[in-house]
Design a protein. Sequence first.
Length: 271
Amino acid sequence: MSTDAPAPDRAIVLIHGFWVTPRSWEDWIAHYEAKGYTVLAPAYPGFEVEVEALNGDPSPIEALTIDAIVERMSEVVQELDVPPIIMGHSAGGVFTQLLLDRGLGACGVAINSAPTEGVPVIPLSQIKATFPVLKNPANRHKAVGFTHEQWQYAFTNGFPEDESRRLYERYHVPASGSIFWESAFATITPGHQGSYVDYRNADRAPLLFISGADDHLMPPSIQRSNAGKYKAEGTVTEVVEYPGPHLLPSWPGWEVVADHALEWAEAHVAR
């Protein structure tokens, strides 16, 4: 008699953030697939090419919009027979929250998430990390990349120099200046912006925030503030913190974080 466990019927959808592509999930994809899960890591529109191609021609990044990203991710989720577990890193954490707010997904995990609209916390380390984008208003119309030094401060502080550079060369692409400017000023801009969610949505699926204690780009105070915005009675919103920088999915011991995210999701999944 076979002792193999049946394959899980619920897929995992992994949403990448800015300055990277779905390639940044490669370790997590293999890790979850080894557990029998179907894992999808959809690209933003225009990001279907490799990192090297986007660095060579960043025009798809310049054309990107929040609405286009959400539409693409919504299509991926809605094509599945069973509502998936959605996990997002950095800006992907925002898109995870936007999808949950629209009634998509059975559970969400936002890792080192950027804030949704209405989160006022702006730590000094975040100002320094995002200064390469925000220092020049002309960047609103450009795809803006990091130098390795800037990447190391924002993404890989704590990594050895050689590993930080390897990750930079393997994962880094420019980010959309227009989306970043819109998101940065969403809280003070009149009317609802692209990162708006209804914090009182009582039908929202359970949501876990995972923070990297040493994250310069999106420090834990941002996730705690974001989580505290959710007010709907009966919904589940939790925050947990692990050691590590912004690129937590690649930090030594990332398997512990990945396993906790999955175990929490499976325990809280909306069935």
